[in-house]
Design a protein around this ligand. Sequence first.
Ligand SMILES: [Zn+2]
Length: 118
Amino acid sequence: MHEASIAVELLKVVEAQARQAGMSRVSGMKLRIGAFRMVVPELLSAAFEVVGQGTLAEGAEMRMETVPLVARCERCDEDVAVEDYVFFCPRCGAPLLEILSGKELDLVEMWGEGGESP
Ligand SMILES: [Zn+2]
């Protein structure tokens, strides 16, 4: 369950950005999470609820958007959607070494009281 460590990292980012924006309370946030992260949204949400206790992001709503995993096959010179974490080109069987998207863990926006969302 690596969601707990992600939640801790996320909280650091949220707190830093909230302070920078002069927000006194974070009531919600939107995240983009790459499929490569293998994050279970429910677990991340539950973990954040725990680590967020007593912080300005306590009880914040989390909206998560999953970014599909896409890699590039150098042999076919094409972008390939990776499914079930099989990193081989479905056409030619070459290993997919270059991941184009799916590693994201971005805080897209957040909202709350005081200040403006970055
Ligand atoms: Zn290929």
